[in-house]
Design a protein. Structure first.
Length: 411
């Protein structure tokens, strides 16, 4: 972009006004949702709904995601998005490890974090999730916040993410019996300080590797033409570093408030299960839905599931952020290949997340921050799947990322 073009873009951003036609209803939804959830479930669930909204606002304003950050690194060697993820994981680890090691926070019980088996199920599930998120152009968290921000394309991803999750729940018992090393937590195996030191060193190593790759593959990085001052805080866009820090802090608050880290994908599975039951499908014949946690969630209200209410909150928070940014502008005419890619991507992500014990948030972000090796396996397999997904994008009329000169953020 030329200097004149950059200046014009910056001026346009500064002139952008808050769209109260969107922001005001979002605030009403936020308030009404808190009252409804507190009445139907509990004040604790209402608080988690508000916490989800904060996450949604941060995700939207920082455009913090995984799909495009990985795609531009794969295609162009630019690693700003990956480095932001390493900062997020490092801060989250500094917060999570002592909390999990202590087991409580001012009398509030803190669980063992997101620790899951290290096995074939995670590797395969994360790999196809990586393919799916490149086709869809968003991950699990990206799907929620872009839907809230007005993306009609990602509505198809959300719907088929639910379908894939439901199918995955049907097959889950078989996948559990595939080869696995069991759950391995470096925090549990090595102790607090050695585990934290090793984790931070590994994260720093990955960040350093992205810098090395960038120096070998120099590309033009656009200058920041964003708004400044208080307008930037209210309307965005925020730097990736702001998003990294705030997401780590909010995930730690989730760990203390909910007793477990931030998760997303089970909410999709639960919503699909509720709709399937309403359509007359007998899920009691599926082993997954007879297990204690899923069966209780299916029997209760969607407002009684912490993951579900936080997902609702993320959507509403992103809607509010889009109104504050003045950027809520749904597109109603979509190329059929784009819709097909969004649907197929959602299907792969839903199925993969169920097999991998979570998505980019529940397995990768929260898993790594909890010291679980399955989180690192998810990262490696998901990144590998993203290579294939990026190669498939042109078949659906999507840019492979080689001409993408946008900042390493979520598409």
């Amino acid at each position: 972009m030329t200097s004149a073009g950059t200046a014009a873009a910056a001026k346009a951003e500064n002139m952008r006004q808050v769209d109260w036609r969107v922001a005001a209803p979002a605030l009403l939804l936020l308030a009404a949702g808190m009252v409804t959830i507190a009445d139907d479930a509990s004040q604790r669930m209402a608080w988690l709904y508000l916490l989800g909204a904060a996450l949604g606002l941060v995700l939207y304003h920082a455009a913090f995601g995984f799909a495009s950050a990985w795609r531009v690194f794969i295609a162009e060697g630019r690693g700003a998005g990956l480095r932001a993820q390493m900062v997020m994981l490092a801060l989250a680890s500094l917060l999570f490890f002592p909390l999990i090691d202590q087991g409580s926070f001012f009398g509030q019980a803190v669980g063992g974090g997101a620790v899951a088996p290290l096995g074939l199920s995670v590797a395969f599930g994360a790999a196809i999730f990586g393919v799916g998120m490149q086709l869809a152009g968003g991950c699990a968290s990206g799907t929620l916040y872009t839907v809230g921000g007005g993306s009609t394309r990602m509505v198809f991803t959300l719907i088929f993410f639910m379908v894939g999750s439901l199918i995955g729940s049907m097959h889950m018992p078989w996948w559990i019996d595939t080869p696995s090393l069991g759950s391995i937590s470096i925090l549990r195996e090595w102790g607090l300080l050695p585990a934290l030191g090793a984790q931070l060193a590994f994260l720093a190593g990955i960040a350093g590797l992205t810098l090395w790759v960038e120096r070998r593959r120099p590309t033009a990085v656009p200058r920041d033409g964003a708004t400044r001052g208080w307008r930037r805080f209210v309307s965005g866009p925020w730097p990736l570093l702001w998003g990294a820090v705030l997401l780590a802090l909010l995930n730690a608050v989730t760990l203390v408030s909910a007793g477990h880290p931030w998760t997303i994908s089970f909410g999709y599975t639960l919503w699909a299960g509720k709709l399937a039951s309403a359509a007359g499908i007998d899920l009691s014949a599926w082993a997954f839905w007879t297990w204690p946690f899923p069966s209780r969630a299916l029997a209760g209200s969607v407002f009684e599931s912490s993951t579900s209410v936080m997902n609702f909150g993320v959507i509403v928070g992103a809607l509010l952020a889009a109104g504050l940014a003045g950027k809520f502008n749904p597109a109603w005419r979509l190329p059929w290949r784009t819709v097909l890619a969004a649907a197929l991507g959602g299907l792969l992500m839903g199925y993969g997340a169920r097999l991998a014990y979570g998505c980019n948030v529940g397995a990768y972000f929260s898993g790594v921050a909890s010291g679980s090796l399955h989180g690192w396996l998810w990262f490696a397999a998901g990144l590998g799947g993203s290579y294939l997904g990026n190669a498939l994008r042109p078949l659906f009329g999507l840019d492979s990322g080689r001409r993408d000169r946008a900042r390493a953020q979520m598409a």
